[in-house]
Design a protein around this ligand. Structure first.
Ligand code: PLP
Length: 375
């Protein structure tokens, strides 16, 4: 099998799976219980929080566990909105559905939202961000790394501009595709809030985290027993939390080697494309090596995916959450319809090999020979 869809989700690291199993079967206490099993569970919770905090160069008190990146973003948006009740939100047209759906909902509730358009390379200039800020801006939100193109947005500059022009506004960064692709430094970037997700880094699905700058208080989404400092009630998903902490520790140790490895795979793919399929354009100027979006104009994405799947090569047409829909990211970049309809997203993980890239190139060449009509 050649799995090249790590932006959609990743296989669980064996170390993370073992940790989850031992927490499920041995250390299964409720962290809120007063007996020894509960205290042991509370200790695991504390340890795991510290590991996730380290991955974000944050302090443990700034990490809130959630069920996924989507919940982290919803907590940030609806918390920020309830705190101020009206005003302007600044975001980009290339965000993930988690952010765009929060924006749409808040527009219905009376908030004004500006969606910044990217240029053809997928980038958004900090100057455009600055020009769109308003006196009543209460929240700015942007992704660190785009899930479809690998383009990196200028969060550091935007954080600085926001805090200079609108010191009361909150800054949220969706770093779901940034964790262990780039070093994350939310404090340096003047972020108040940052969303991350476990299943993109080798932890199971069902665990995410929200970085909340020290001293910031937001109204919660969930009310109940007051877990997670009252911001996210509900018994903590300790097996997933422990696995997330373990995945962070494992990935941190291998970070530089992994980036180096994935960069070589990307180069192999781009060289192979130039040699075998020189007419295939790459969409956007990806800044991280993990994601490459390409198009086979004349060959519809879903058919190419089926051909590749026949040879056990797994990639996607774009975001897994927008399956079957035309990519709003490529559309916002102003790409021609033929490129949007034939887009293929390749996303690497540390476990990929040169053999996976060879299989992909072979599969793409086969699909193009079968499907492309105007050649
Ligand atoms: N933000 C980005 C950029 C993503 O790629 C994803 C998932 O693909 C999410 C948010 C949502 O994360 P989750 O699947 O953990 O809800």
């Amino acid at each position: 099998m050649h799995y090249l869809d790590h932006s959609a989700t990743t296989p669980v690291l064996p170390e993370a799976a073992e940790r989850a199993l031992s927490v499920m079967t041995s250390d299964f206490g409720n962290p809120s219980s007063g007996h020894r099993l509960g205290l042991d569970a509370a200790h695991i919770l504390k340890e795991s929080r510290a590991l996730v905090a380290e991955a974000l160069h944050a302090s443990p008190g700034e990490i809130l566990f959630t069920s996924c990146g989507t919940e982290s973003t919803n907590t940030a948006f609806f918390g920020a909105a309830r705190r101020r009740r009206k005003g302007h939100i600044l975001t980009t047209a290339t965000e993930h559905a988690a952010t765009l759906s929060c924006c749409k909902r808040l527009e219905q509730e009376g908030f004004a939202v500006t969606y910044l358009a990217p240029d053809e390379s997928g980038h958004i200039a900090a100057e455009a961000f600055a020009a769109a800020l308003r006196e009543d801006t209460i929240l700015a939100s942007m992704m660190l790394v785009n899930n479809e193109t690998g383009v990196r947005l200028p969060v550091e500059e935007c954080g600085r501009l926001l805090k200079r022009r609108c010191p009361e506004a909150l800054f949220h960064v969706d770093a779901v595709q940034g964790l262990f692709r780039l070093p994350l430094t939310p404090a340096k970037w003047q972020c108040d809030l940052m969303s991350v997700s476990g299943h993109k880094i080798g932890a199971p699905k069902g665990i995410g985290a929200l970085y909340l700058r020290k001293g910031l208080h937001l109204p919660p989404l969930l009310y109940g027993g007051g877990q997670e400092g009252g911001l996210r009630s509900g018994t903590e998903a300790l097996p997933n939390i422990a696995a997330f902490g373990t995945a962070c520790a494992v990935r941190a140790e291998r970070f530089e080697a992994d980036v180096h490895h994935v960069t070589a795979l990307r180069e192999q793919l781009l060289t192979g494309l130039r040699e075998c399929l020189p007419w295939v354009p790459v969409n956007g100027e990806g800044d991280v090596p993990h994601v490459v979006s390409l198009s086979l104009p004349g060959c519809r994405s879903e058919v190419v995916l089926r051909v590749l799947e026949g040879d056990e090569v797994y990639v996607s047409a774009g975001s897994a959450c927008s399956r079957g829909k035309e990519s709003h990211v490529l559309r916002a970049m102003g790409l021609p319809k033929a490129r949007i309809e034939s887009a293929i997203r390749v996303s690497f993980g540390p476990s990929n090999t040169a053999g996976d890239v060879e299989a992909l190139l072979k599969g793409l060449t086969k699909a193009a020979a079968m499907l492309k009509r105007d050649r």
